[in-house]
Every structure is written in C-alpha cells, then in structure tokens.
Design a binder for this molecule. Structure first.
Ligand code: G1P
Length: 305
C-alpha cells in the first residue's frame, strides 16, 4: 500500500472573524504567542513524518510563502550582529518542509479546496490538516491516524466528543464498533470506530451522535473522484463531509470506507476570537520562558476581576 507522505493545508479562507487584523495579514499568520499558527501546523505535519506540504491559498496569502522562504535582510543583519538565537528563529521555517502552493481561485468550500490538491497528491493517500485546530505536540494524533489508515486501508477522520448543543458547529459522525478482524490490526488503547454516517453541521435533534469531526483527516485518493461529483451542500459550499459520506458506501477493498479515531488529547481552537484567546493563555502559561511571570500575573489578574 502506498505510504502517506503529503499533507494538504487549506488556507484560502478570508478570516473575516478576525477583521480588521486579517485585512492585509492572512489569519494563518496570527501569532500563537510568538509563532504564526500555520508554522505549528507544518511542524505537526513534519513530526508526523509528512514533509511534503501543499498549501491551498488564495489572493492576499503572499505572507505565507514569505514565511516559509528565506529572509535575506533579516538573516544578514542578525548574522552581522552574531545573534544566532534570533537567526535560528528566522531560518527555522525555511527548511522545515518542502512547501508547495496552489491557489484556489473561487472559494467554493473545504471540499473544493481539497480537490485543488488532486494533481499534487496523485494516486496516494494523504493528510488534510485544518489550521484552526491545533493539536498539542505531546499528542500524536496524526501519526496514530496514519497508522490506522495503513492497518485498514480506509480513510480516517479525527473525532471529538462535544456537548450535544454544539453539533451544528461541526461535521458529525454516526459510528459502530469496528469488525474484530479490522480491530486486531490496530495499536491497543486507540478508540477507533467504523463510521456509518456523516452529516455537516446537523442540528442537535437530528445529529447522529455527539462525535464531531476535528480538523485532521487521512484520505484515500478515491476522495477526489467523489469530490468531482459532490454537489454544493450546507451553506452552498462543496463540503468535504459530504464527499466522505459517499466514501462510506464505497468498496473497502478499493479505497472506500471511513473509520474515526476519537481524540481525547489536547486540542486548541484558533477559529474564533474567544477560542484564540484561550489558546494563547493556555500555551503561554506552559512556556518555560514565559510561564512563571505570566502565571503569577494571571493569578493576580483573575482575583482582581
Ligand atoms: C470544517 C468542516 C467540519 C469540521 C470542522 C472542524 O468546518 O466542514 O466538518 O467539523 O471544519 O474544525 P468549518 O470549521 O471550516 O466551518
């Protein structure tokens, strides 16, 4: 079976929830303490063994390309000063991964963004990583998902339990137990289910469960054929969830079938302002260089509220 070597990161969104910050700066470049969110996602791809990264971008996304390229002015200045620490921070993102770009043109939805990766990915399984979801580097979700794909041959989605009233914010999965023959090939302790139903942002009353899709996927290339046929769904957009729902019924021996890995680790959401702020506070409070002073201040501040 072909190995998963490529990660696709959709990054064409306009980031309107963060205006005016995102008028001229892509939302993927917003700092998570002092690193752009997109760098954390690329670092996760690389840590999971995927150093070929394709970003699906659009207009106004030049800063993404600049960030993963050399900056001669900064490098020369810092070299002349002998500031190797800062120089290291500047150059770290240059050689992190082999980063490619393709432009989405029309923003017709997540499914359409993934379809833009077809030519680059070819006939191989690949990962899709959504930049609004950050997974703590101490958790190895994507690596586990790749292992589950290799053991089952099926597409793999990451699921997380959410309160019922939040199902309309996510793609939602109906699941059943994995057949014993499939389960026996998997690492012990992983919570893996056969996905039987997928619905994009269902109202709580009709949601098949409270298992929400979070932004990590390992997909078979058969998804491209399905996406070509997928009609606009929720919000008038071509939804990845709808394409995955069609994969459920395809022959498992031929790249069909979807399994879900339930993630119970540390996920940080940067999708809206409140979640973004919570993420900054959590991550800053754990930093060796900042945590001490920040937490001392935070405790006093909370008491003063
Ligand atoms: C997208 C997907 C949705 C998924 C979510 C995870 O929605 O369409 O199925 O649950 O990402 O973050 P979005 O958040 O882009 O609206």
């Amino acid at each position: 079976m072909p190995k998963v070597t490529k990660a696709v990161i959709p990054a064409a969104g306009l980031g309107t929830r963060f205006l005016p910050a995102t008028k001229a700066v892509p939302k993927e470049m917003l700092p998570v303490v002092d690193k752009p969110a997109i760098q954390l996602v690329v670092e996760e791809a690389v840590a999971s063994g995927l150093d070929d990264v394709l970003m699906i971008t659009g207009r106004n996304k030049r800063p993404l390309e600049d960030h993963f390229d050399r900056n001669f002015e900064l490098e020369t200045t810092l070299e002349a000063k002998g500031d190797t620490t800062k120089l290291g921070l500047v150059t770290a993102s240059n050689d992190l991964a082999d980063v490619h770009y393709v432009r989405q043109g029309d923003a017709k939805g997540l499914g359409h963004a993934v379809l833009c990766a077809e030519q680059h990915v070819g006939d191989n399984p690949f990962a899709v990583m959504l930049g609004d979801d950050l997974i703590d580097e101490r958790d190895h979700l994507l690596q586990q998902m790749i292992a589950v794909h290799e053991a089952t041959g099926q597409s793999v989605i990451a699921l997380m339990e959410v309160p019922r009233e939040q199902t309309n914010m996510y793609g939602c999965a109906g699941v059943s137990e994995l057949p014993a023959s499939v389960r026996s090939g998997l690492e012990d302790g992983l919570d893996v289910f056969q996905v039987t139903e997928l619905v994009e942002k269902p109202d709580p009353e009709v949601a098949p469960s409270n298992l929400a899709i979070i932004g990590r996927y390992v997909l078979t290339p058969q998804v491209f054929g399905v996406l070509h046929e997928t009609q606009p769904g929720r919000g008038g957009e071509i939804q990845l969830t709808d394409a995955l729902a069609a994969l459920i019924d395809m022959d498992k021996g031929a790249g069909g079938g979807v399994v879900g890995v339930v993630f119970r680790g540390r996920r940080y959401d940067t999708g809206d302002k409140l979640d973004y702020l919570k993420t900054l506070v959590k991550l800053a409070s754990e930093r060796d260089d900042l945590g001490g002073a920040f937490n001392a201040w935070l405790k006093e501040f909370v008491v003063s509220l």
